[in-house]
Design a protein around this ligand. Sequence first.
Ligand SMILES: *Cc1c(COP(=O)(O)O)cnc(C)c1O
Length: 394
Amino acid sequence: MRTEFLPFSRPSITEEEIAQVSEVLRSGWITTGAKNAAFEKAFSEYTGAAGSVALASATAGMHLIFNALDLKAGDEVITPAMTWVSTVNLIVKSGATPIFVDIQRDTLMTNADLIQTKITNKTKAIVPVHFAGASLDLNPLRKLAIENEIPLIEDAAHAVGTSYHDEKIGKNGTAIFSFHPIKNLTTGEGGMFCSDDLDLVEKIRRLKFHGLGVDAFDRQMQGRSPQAEVLEAGFKYNLTDIAATLGISQLQRLDQMNQQREKLAQLYLKKLEEIPEILPLSIPTYPMKHSWHLFIVRLDIEKMQMSRDEFMADLKRENIGTGLHFKAVHLHKFYREQLGFQRGLLPNTEWNSDRICSLPLFPDMTEQDVDDVILAIKRVLKNDSVYFFSNPCF
Ligand SMILES: *Cc1c(COP(=O)(O)O)cnc(C)c1O
């Protein structure tokens, strides 16, 4: 057994990055300024996006776009329940109604056919999720969105560095990225809004900082010009330069870090072939480049006679950390008890919600770490079956 705990994720931070952050701290300018502008520019260059706006989080980006779309009571937003709760919480907080769409069982992603059945004349937005580093099949989604004149907002929290056909996620359409510590690129906390609609980019830029028309001024040279006027009521979701400087460096290392993730993921896939109780996700067959944000497996719990939660607890005793991405949103207490959602609504989402588990995957992990995880899984499964067959209570 490992003597040192292996977390399921750990940010990769270099000494150089620590020095760069220190430099910003000593510079006299620590909030939004030149580093933000440079980070946005570099992000647009990397993805090919027409415009990028750095934000305090992806959740902030989602709040701003819902606000820009004037989401309100009576409106509907179509989104999967296999997602992080932030999107759905914001739909509810705006007074609108979340319309949950099911996912494909083996990719955890929704698609145009599933979404089409949920569109009504109240649909105000469609928010699908690129999952675990794989890309959604965007062409049919874009066609559906255009035909119905409904904005398509890609939750790209898992998809920094992911490509669809030969385009980076973020290049076309509107996408929101997260830089939370477990994500492929981190700024501590942070996010990025990207769009090919420059009017929308400017609106988000304004809304993120009190609705001030600050961009008429040179933000870097003048800071918050006292002459700037509020053009509409906004929020305060800007990113600090302390965080942005980390983002600039992380972006330079992103492809290399994602390559390391890919290498480890391939190793997992190979080694897991020997363990029939553990079912990895399938990789979509349309052209895409995976960024391997998460390595998610599903447990054949019927064969194992053990729940997913027990499996996670047993692995923890073996000093292996795991994650759960995600418990279906509609099965959370608030959504069951206050909004009346029930099991049975989303079969593929619920099937996965009971069986998924994220194994450790981060760029600084070693091949030995992967071996340790595989060994620990084998031990957990073996111990369980011994217990199962020797215990007369069963
Ligand atoms: C992490 C995550 C978010 C939220 O990102 P924050 O930056 O923490 O707000 C949204 N959606 C998905 C799918 C995520 O994984």
